[in-house]
Design a protein around this ligand. Structure first.
Ligand SMILES: Cc1cc2nc3c(=O)[nH]c(=O)nc-3n(C[C@H](O)[C@H](O)[C@H](O)COP(=O)(O)OP(=O)(O)OC[C@H]3O[C@@H](n4cnc5c(N)ncnc54)[C@H](O)[C@@H]3O)c2cc1C
Length: 505
């Protein structure tokens, strides 16, 4: 149990067998896996003051209505496949309200207004066929042990060279809308086909928010709000995992301490035999948590090699609906990805889940655009958006009455939205990203080889690492590969990723 000591002069120290940092999907799954193996002496600490769920996060919006919008994860991605998505299982268990998405229900506009389907339709068909070929080619190259390349290179090899605004918008919709970065910086082998548990997506429209499945799992595991084992408002700023060498230089030659000491900004100390950190890749890349001693070079390199992308949904509420009935509208600008991807809450499958007195039309931006927009005022962003909308829908388009811009990239508890696999990173780098140092273990969506980036990836990674730590406690620690030197061995190491050509289709 949590053994707490405090004195008048010193802040509190909590001791437990396991400390889990972060109460998102991965952290809660890790706790669940520990409990399943009979380990109940753990504490979960979370930086946010009043809510768990991490990147599954909803707000009540627009103001003055009973509407709910998801600022983070919105879809159960990969449903209706041969194997059930574990998040679908949780969604069923807790009656999470969701509605299927129809990606084909789409229209396209440009600065002159609507673009005829006979113009964009064949371009979209060409892109889809080409992208499918790129996915098959990736699987074949993995089988043949060939080196990774950028997805852009594969597109070029398959004769796809977008130049017009419509071609760029179609490509953005077909790739960036999923990975939140450009094909130019993305791995062909790892990102050409991201489908996992199935080809379809369920859009979450539950008033309790997508995070309710995490909250309810936490509750079932004795980690409900107010419980002794869930400590909110605890922002970790230091982790001591090995003897302090006194040097700030990364070195592999350190002796891990039997216990890990974690300190939080408010002066609380946690001492545990094992610590599982579920903070995002973006947090690990930032200087916010001081590791003592510095993490080993192989660990640091793996953390910096991977990308955390930014996917920003900008929510807008208008006095009336002026857009088309399709679920999605692509706006094709000469600047690729410029306010290009619009979702319609008045579309048939969604309408009944959003308040009648709201007219929400939201637009997604990614990558550099997302980061740029976070830096400016919401009013400035709305001004830009209104210029776009008035160009394509006409000068009388009403100005939005409300705007909400999430700032995932600048939020110190996240520093981005989800992981994207960059060009040429080999499996060994990934194994290093996932590997523990001493008794400090790592989980989170970025540590799921098959499903990085997704809620189900975070959940499965948490179950896996929680289970491994439980085994360690029982004296049967599983061995995790660590590569102190990473050699170029991309193709053959990719083969070991755990899937083959057939499995991904
Ligand atoms: C905008 C957006 C859209 C997305 N869309 C989808 C989608 O549709 N479908 C899908 O499957 N996935 C989607 N994702 C990805 C999905 O949300 C994540 O992969 C998943 O929720 C990550 O869970 P996690 O437990 O790994 O990390 P997190 O949810 O980030 O949990 C980590 C926790 O650690 C806490 N923390 C961080 N630093 C510290 C610190 N220093 N001290 C204490 N606590 C700390 C954080 O507050 C957080 O609660 C989306 C994400 C975003 C942001």
């Amino acid at each position: 149990a949590d053994t707490t000591t405090a004195s008048a002069s010193a802040s509190k120290t909590h001791k437990s067998k396991v400390l889990i940092i972060g109460a998102g999907a991965s952290g809660i799954a890790a706790a669940k896996a520990l409990a399943a193996k009979g380990i109940t002496d753990y504490i979960v600490i979370e930086g946010r003051k009043d809510v768990i769920g991490g990147r599954m996060h909803n707000i009540n919006w627009p103001p003055g209505t009973n509407g709910t919008v998801e600022l983070g994860a919105n879809w159960v991605e990969g449903v209706n496949g041969p194997t059930i998505n574990p998040i679908t299982e949780l969604a069923n268990k807790y009656n999470l309200v969701r509605t299927p998405t129809n990606w084909d229900d789409i229209s396209v506009r440009d600065a002159r207004g609507a673009v005829a389907e006979k113009v964009w339709g064949p371009i979209a068909e060409k892109f889809d066929a080409m992208h499918e070929e790129a996915a098959e080619m990736a699987a074949q190259r993995v089988q043949d042990g060939l080196q990774d390349m950028s997805l852009r290179a594969a597109y070029r090899m398959l004769g796809w060279n977008p130049t017009t605004p419509v071609e760029m918008a179609i490509e953005w919709n077909g790739f960036d809308a999923e990975q939140a970065e450009r094909p130019d910086v993305s791995s062909h082998a790892y990102t050409a086909d991201m489908h996992s548990f199935g080809p379809d997506y369920d859009f979450v429209v539950d008033k309790r928010g997508f995070k309710t499945i995490i909250e309810q799992e936490a509750n079932a595991g004795g980690l409900g709000y107010g419980s002794q084992r869930l400590h909110l408002g605890k922002v970790v700023n230091s982790i001591q995992w090995a003897k302090d060498t006194g040097s700030s230089k990364a070195t592999t030659n350190v002796s891990p301490t039997p216990q890990v000491t974690v300190k939080t900004k408010d002066g609380t100390t946690y001492v545990a035999d094992y610590v599982i950190s579920s903070t995002s890749l973006g947090v690990l890349q930032s200087p916010d948590i001081k590791f003592t001693p510095a993490l080993p070079p192989w660990k640091i390199q793996s953390i910096f090699e991977f990308n955390i992308a930014t996917y920003t949904k900008i929510f807008l509420n208008f006095p009336k609906k002026f857009w088309s009935d399709t679920e999605f509208t692509l706006y094709a600008d000469s600047k690729r990805g410029y306010f290009g991807y619009w979702q319609n809450t008045k579309a048939k499958p969604y309408k009944k889940f959003f308040p009648d007195n709201s007219n929400i039309f939201f637009v997604t931006v990614t990558d550099l655009e997302a980061k740029r927009i976070e830096q400016q005022s919401d009013e400035a962003t709305l001004d830009e958006i209104m210029v776009v909308l008035r160009k394509t829908y006409g000068p009388n388009t009403p100005r939005a009455t409300h705007i909400h811009v999430p700032r995932w990239h600048s939020d110190p508890l996240f520093r981005g939205t989800f992981t994207n696999w960059p060009i040429g990173q080999v499996r060994q780098e990934f194994e290093n990203l996932r590997a523990p140092v001493g008794n400090l273990w790592f989980t989170g969506e970025h540590t799921s080889l098959k499903y990085f980036g997704y809620v189900h990836g975070a959940w499965l990674a948490g179950l896996d690492i929680g289970g491994s730590v439980a085994q360690c406690i029982k004296g049967k620690c599983p061995s995790m590969p660590i590569h102190t030197t990473v050699k170029e061995d991309c193709g053959s190491s990719l083969k070991k990723r755990g899937f083959d050509v057939g499995e991904r289709s």
